[in-house]
Design a protein around this ligand. Structure first.
Ligand SMILES: *Cc1c(COP(=O)(O)O)cnc(C)c1O
Length: 380
């Protein structure tokens, strides 16, 4: 990605002045810092950031500036990057499957918190990681709905296996903890209710008091105009249910949002390359670019169309099929998008809430994907 050194008041200003031919990702540090402070003020425990959702160094630096002191890392690359940018931050290595070389790398980097979801991976950790002062969190899963897709499909032990693992962690002299992930873009807070109560059940079965409970990422960002995330209500539910479920043995809480922290601080401007026979809209970014996630978790309807003069189109909206720039027929946004009826070739189609799993998963397929990164004071 190219980096624009100038700071713009808002996306329209850059679009009017520069009329960029490539997609532009606008980053508003003030929005990111405000979101981080909202989590820190509202969440009843330690707030950490899941680096994979957007590993841009500007993101990490602004999170540190806002007071984030812990990071969920999943690879040696992420470990080294955070050690460099935030040398004193806590690293939580919460990818529960690791090669032995990756474990050795993390031990050398002084990682003190790990997660595990299987006997075989726990055996590796017990062999390779010095136990003193080191935490191992057992990752468990439940068959609960509420998220955009099910994270339990890949990681997480059943309640029964989690209890065995937790007992083994304690026995081996590690600090025993628990962790789960309710699934990304989880708009139903009751998923946390079920998971937290299951955590107490695991402790009871294992006969172990958990030091900490990591309630995951999964906090939703604002993707649909009609569905405004209720972060504070979710924090309050987590707080209440943790006390109800664990009583006097309530563990310290951690969360590790990726999307919920970073998504709303980025806006993507794409250019309308063509309005084919007044029907289909072709834009210069798509599912192989920053819009990768849309076919998996649904469309973002927080859109605006801005003319090359920087004026917002405001005719009544009409449903359109939107295609990305590559020659692959799957390069299409899901369903149809309601876009202003006066949309024209050359306009910019702008998507808000684009900070998570966008730049991180952008490819250069078919020679597209050259995204400019620009900093703005605001996103509107
Ligand atoms: C991806 C991931 C997260 C972040 O998930 P979001 O849905 O982006 O909040 C947190 N923890 C773990 C272990 C993850 O793999």
């Amino acid at each position: 990605m190219g980096l624009s050194k100038t700071i713009w008041a808002n996306p329209s200003e850059l679009l009017r002045a520069q009329k960029p031919e490539n997609p532009v990702m606008f980053f508003a540090p003030t929005v990111l810092q405000a979101t981080a402070r909202r989590f820190i003020a509202g969440f009843p425990g330690l707030v950490t950031y899941a680096v994979k959702s957007n590993p841009d160094e500007m993101v990490v630096q602004n999170l540190v500036a806002a007071g984030i002191r812990g990071f969920d890392v999943a690879s040696p690359w992420e470990i080294d990057m955070i050690r460099r940018l935030a040398p004193t931050a806590a690293l939580h290595y919460n990818n529960p499957v690791r090669a032995r070389a990756e474990i050795a790398h993390a031990v050398a980097a002084n990682v003190k918190s790990w997660s595990v979801d299987s006997h075989s991976e726990l055996t590796k950790l017990i062999e390779m990681v010095p136990a003193a002062g080191c935490e191992i969190s057992v990752r468990y899963k439940l068959p609960v709905a509420g998220a955009a897709y099910n994270f339990g499909a890949k990681f997480g032990a059943t309640v029964e296996v989690a209890a065995e693992l937790l007992a083994k962690v304690a026995e081996a002299g590690f600090v025993p903890s628990l962790t789960f992930h309710p699934g990304t873009q989880c708009t139903d807070p009751m998923a946390w209710d079920a998971y937290i109560r299951a955590g107490a059940e695991i402790c009871a079965q294992a006969g172990v008091k958990a030091a900490r409970l990591n309630v995951g990422g999964g906090f939703p960002s604002h993707r649909l105009n009609e569905v405004v995330p209720q972060l504070e209500a979710t924090f309050a539910l987590i707080d209440r249910v943790a006390t109800e479920a664990f009583g006097a043995d309530r563990p310290a809480l951690i969360c590790e949002p990726g999307r919920g922290l970073v998504a709303d601080s980025f806006t993507l401007a794409t250019k309308v390359k063509a309005l084919r026979d007044d029907a289909h809209v072709f834009i210069n970014d798509g599912v192989y670019g920053a819009l990768t996630e849309l076919p998996m978790i649904g469309v973002i309807d927080r859109t605006e169309v801005i003319s090359t003069e920087g004026v917002k189109r405001d005719a009544p909206r009409r449903e359109r099929i939107v295609f990305g720039p590559t020659c692959d027929s799957v390069d299409r946004l899901p369903g149809e998008l309601a876009l202003p009826g006066d949309l024209q070739e050359g306009d910019y189609l702008v998507f808000h809430g684009m900070g998570a799993y966008s730049t991180a998963t952008n490819t250069r397929f078919n020679g597209f994907g050259d995204v400019l990164l620009a900093t703005t004071l605001s996103l509107r």
